[in-house]
Design a protein around this ligand. Structure first.
Ligand code: G4P
Length: 525
């Protein structure tokens, strides 16, 4: 297989969902289809949904599991599928946003009972920033969920996307009979267990076929005909180009736990989902077909064993071929780095690889050189488009509880925030350090890891901040604003100023007083 064919057969994506919608279950079923695992239950849930803030063991377990499930690659037909895992716990949402910068498309799982949930909204917002193509999988059709038309309306309205159903359910919950494949014109009978056998697929010449009444009953047959007519009247036909541009989302219905509707999803996914495409950089768009290697780090994982300080940095390859034991240029530090044990992940198996292609994600052992967002090249000084930070939700002042360990604390804070565990700010007036996180769990993680890995003791003091806002505008306006609000200005790690607003009302007042300053809840605008 030549270089171009290797690229074209790759499908690198993430499954995103509000916790509990069925992401882990769907991942596992896809791996089963891909033959990457043999038994159900092999993929451990990386959730710590029941964890309280002091559940260290659970946190540690999550970190341990998520290394092995960070990338799950498998072969399906002629395709190489790379699933990038995203954490199940919403406190680690920032990790998910970063992972989304490394994929070419996503599958979004929605629970048909709950519909669109808060985390779904936020994740979709991130996808929209990069026009990432989205396939929607509506899950748990075996439960008493909402009417499918209502669900589609809700998705369109709440997530601001256009949808096009590819399959259509007959009945729901106890009355769920199966899904009709709108393009193939056949009906998959729901059996409520794990295998869709051949006998379970009914083929119709057309929807007027009397077999429909025989198998579905008069009422459901009539309902299906009516629904299909409505779908064809209301929704445009599916256009793969619109999907690839991120304008249109095909929708599938099924039940992941029952392995129902998954094969249709996977078969369509490998055909329509985009192979690795061009990536934006400071040197313009970088095409995967470029012979010169390039890639960026989107995730860093610390070693679980405190005696070994090395970390695994996850690299997404953007162009050219990566080769083991070759010197590559680390753009930020202008260093040449060589990797003797680059790791690939085939489902649960880790193995050292000699080569990897655009679209692949590999793990690089790192002694502290990497920061999230770093670029590696063959020598060019380009930098891939940044990975945005989003405003944290919780903020606390850092207090050093052991002045003898000040250096260790500083180093630990730098490294942990380079890994993306939390965001670090320093107050403009006095340089006081502030940690911002998405959830309360991270404060526990930081405290615990600083002690275990750096022997530093840290305490946190409450800080009343509603949002950290990045801002831009004319130089003079910015200076006036920053002087006026000096006590509430801090700098992020890249030395960009942020406004720490205490409440929505205070933000509004600032906006009114400084109309020429634009405020953003993310660092990329
Ligand atoms: P997540 O990764 O998105 O957080 O969700 P996960 O797959 O862990 O699924 C959450 C719960 O929903 C699990 O139940 C799972 O079995 C269930 N589930 C997934 N797909 C379906 C489906 O199609 N129908 C129904 N009825 N349930 C489904 P749990 O009780 O939390 O965990 P478990 O003990 O079953 O593993």
């Amino acid at each position: 297989m030549n270089f171009e064919q290797e690229i074209l057969r790759r499908r690198t994506f993430a499954i995103i969902a509000h916790p509990d919608a069925g992401k882990t279950t769907l991942t596992e079923k896809l791996l089963l289809f891909g033959g990457a695992i043999q038994t159900a239950g092999a993929v451990k849930s990386n959730k710590i949904k029941k964890a309280t803030t002091s559940d260290f063991m659970e946190i540690e377990k999550q970190r341990g599991i998520s290394v092995s499930t960070s990338v799950m690659a498998f072969e399906y037909e002629t395709y190489k599928v790379n699933i990038l895992d995203t954490p199940g716990h919403e406190d680690f949402a920032e990790d998910t946003y970063r992972t989304l910068s490394a994929v070419d498309s996503v599958i979004m799982v929605i629970d048909c009972v709950k519909g669109v949930e808060p985390q779904t909204r936020k994740l979709l917002e991130v996808c929209r920033m990069r026009q990432t193509p989205v396939i929607v999988f509506i899950n748990k059709l075996d439960r008493e969920g909402q009417n499918p038309f209502d669900l589609l309306d809700e998705i369109e309205k709440e997530l601001h996307i256009h949808v096009r159903p590819m399959t259509w359910p007959v009945g729901i919950g106890k009355r769920f009979k199966g899904v009709y494949d709108l393009s193939e014109g056949h009906f998959n009978v729901f059996q409520g267990d794990s295998k869709t056998t051949l006998e379970a697929i009914l083929s119709f010449n057309n929807l007027q076929d009397p077999l429909l009444e025989q198998r579905l009953g008069i009422d459901d047959a009539a309902q299906l005909r009516h629904d299909v007519e409505l779908i064809n009247g209301v929704y445009n036909t599916f256009n793969p180009e619109s999907y690839r541009k991120g304008h249109l989302s095909p929708v599938f219905f099924g039940s992941a736990v029952n392995n129902f509707g998954i094969k249709e999803l996977l078969d369509c996914f490998v055909r329509i989902a985009p192979p690795p495409g061009p990536r934006t950089s400071t040197a313009g768009a970088i095409l995967p077909l470029n012979k010169a290697f390039s890639g960026f780090i989107f995730k860093i994982h610390a070693n679980l064993d405190p005696k070994h300080r090395d970390r695994i940095a996850f690299l997404r390859i953007c162009s050219g071929m990566f080769e083991r034991n070759t010197y590559y240029y680390h753009v930020r530090t202008a260093k040449q780095l060589r990797f003797s044990n680059p790791t690939a992940f085939m489902a649960q198996q880790k193995s050292v690889i000699d080569t990897a292609y655009p679209g692949d994600v590999i793990g690089l052992y790192d002694a502290g050189n990497f920061k999230i967002g770093d670029t590696l090249t063959e020598g060019e000084t380009l930098q891939f488009e940044g990975i945005p930070h989003f405003s944290p939700e919780l903020f606390r002042y850092v207090t050093n509880l052991d002045p003898m360990k000040t250096k260790q604390l500083q180093k630990g804070l730098e490294q942990l925030t380079d890994e993306g565990v939390a965001q670090l700010f320093s107050r403009k007036t006095d340089g006081r350090k502030i940690i911002g996180t998405v959830g309360a769990l991270q404060f526990e993680v930081i405290q615990h890891r600083l002690k275990a890995e750096y022997n530093a003791s840290v305490g946190f003091e409450p800080l009343n901040v509603f949002k950290a806002l990045w801002f831009n505008g004319e130089k003079n306006d910015l200076e006036t604003f920053m002087n006026d609000r000096a006590a509430h200005i801090a700098f992020d790690k890249e030395q960009r100023p942020v406004f720490l607003a205490e409440s929505a009302w205070i933000l509004q007042m600032a906006q009114e007083k400084f109309p020429k300053v634009n405020f953003y809840t993310k660092s990329e605008f």
